[in-house]
Design a protein around this ligand. Sequence first.
Ligand code: NIG
Ligand code: FE
Length: 409
Amino acid sequence: MPVLTNIATLYRCAAPGGQGALHAVDRAALVWEGETIRWVGAEAELPAAYAAAERLDAEGALVIPGLIDCHTHLAFGGWRADEFEMRILGKSYLDVARAGGGIASTMRRTRAASEDELFERCLGFLGEMARLGVTTVECKSGYGLTVEDELKLLRVYRRLAGAQPLGIVATFLGAHVVPPEYRDDRAAYVRLVCDEMIPRVAAEGPAEFCDVFVEETAFHADEARRIFAAARRHGLRPKLHVDQLGDGGGAKLAAEVGAISADHLEYTSAEGMRAMAEAGVVAVSLPLATLYLRQKPMDARAFLDAGATVAVATDFNPGSAPSFHLPLALTLACTMNRLTPAEALKGATRYAARAIGREDRIGALEPGKQADFVLLDAESVNHWLYHFRPNAARATYVRGRRVASATGP
Ligand code: NIG
Ligand code: FE
């Protein structure tokens, strides 16, 4: 039963007090047994029962719960650096998509990639994410857009869950865009999603959520309602990409369908924010996508004022957010979305866990929770997110085991 001591400050991220309350403990100790946290508190108050336990020296680090990236599109073929340049030279994200690029271009390369190729690539991404302090990753399908290619992506996620230490949570995003072969019959694609993809996904696993991209160029609200009705029948809970490029009433739709989260939300109205707060839908900010597409930032402060909880994630994908750097996303959530560093940290721990239905197991340092935590080389949460560095994480632990460290695991 290891005891981590000499922790300058530990942020428990307990529930009470809302988004900014981190429940800091100075000169702390953390005790775990196997995969589970047993005790957290001031080192001076360490119970006698743990006095003889194996000691690990945190050397004055900050300790935070393992970071949770609650929105990624982890498995995809190829990259789109050419589009990055095109957008800089003046083409919009939608211009690029209309010219056959964008999601459709990644779809072609994802269909062409083998399951093994995708698996190996994701394994590499996850290893790098672990070094940044990430311990759980939500992974969406959505670049296959045929029954078999969507299942291929979800199989990659199932294999990853068993092959490496980070937690993997899979989401089915067959309704990402209407693929080109259905351009003239979008109703037929919606039927394919509802009648073939969802039943197979539910039967073969491991997806727990069904996401829909609701936007003028993707799916409309009434199509999303049909897809979510099918998803509900098969036990998949709704998630949504909404209000990214304009206010399409997506936040109200998320409240109406009982989504666990709604993500992006750059253009959400005050009314939409209130609807989400009342329905308990977590608002997920994806500031890297806002930055790369040079859009109006999501107003996280207004979401908090409306009574909502806000999570922060990377949206890692080859188009709008080609980076899996969650600590960078947190710094941007402070500067662009006006979250305080404390609020941003709780948004990538406790509330990110809520956004993927895992608040009972991860996202906080409390007895009974999974021993997922990170040792940071920083003075305080404010200093960590203010002084952006390539990597402030000294070591990352998942289920009580060190899975990455600055000096080699
Ligand atoms: O979350 N908005 C839709 N999907 C992704 C972008 C995917 C892409 O550009 O490939 C997003 O931003
Ligand atoms: Fe996304």
